[in-house]
Design a protein around this ligand. Structure first.
Ligand SMILES: [Zn+2]
Ligand SMILES: [Zn+2]
Length: 149
């Protein structure tokens, strides 16, 4: 869990980004950002409802949509049935996901730096061939978790 100072930096950054799209950092949005920071893994609407029982699901969806529009939150999903949400990578760190197609479990994985460099270099070669400028990449692995295999 990040220390208090880091969390405060994060909240001012979130507030700033929301202001850029004329949105306020309301207590409901802050509660969701707090949850995403402390959860340490992508969360579903069901997880949010469990952790924030006073927040109606419709409001949770609306807050997530606004945070997504501000580039603060991204969707992680094996399929439409199992959408989860996490903080954008520029607020956390670059990583990949192992997604279970059966139960929706998501495991965050960070590649060893050598492997990450290799992935990046293969991607820039592919992009180069297409005259494309890569800014970042997403690599999610679909399969079965240990409980479902
Ligand atoms: Zn599973
Ligand atoms: Zn990567």
């Amino acid at each position: 869990m990040p220390d208090q100072g880091m969390a405060e930096d994060m909240h001012s950054l979130v507030e700033h980004r929301l202001r850029r799209i004329d949105q306020r950092y309301t207590s409901g949005r802050r509660a969701i950002v707090d949850l995403l920071v402390t959860a340490g893994h992508p969360v579903s609407i069901g997880d949010i409802a469990e952790r924030l029982p006073d927040l109606p699901r419709s409001s949770a969806y609306r807050h997530l949509t606004d945070l997504h529009a501000a580039g603060l939150v991204r969707r992680v999903a094996a399929n439409d049935e199992f959408t989860r949400f996490e903080l954008a990578e520029d607020l956390t760190e670059h990583h990949h996901h192992l997604l279970c197609v059966n139960c929706g479990k998501v495991i965050d994985v960070t590649l060893p730096s050598g492997a990450e460099q290799q992935v990046t270099s293969v991607i820039s070669q592919l992009a180069d061939t297409a005259g494309f400028q890569p800014h970042s990449h997403r690599l999610d692995v679909l399969g079965l978790c240990s409980a479902c295999a």
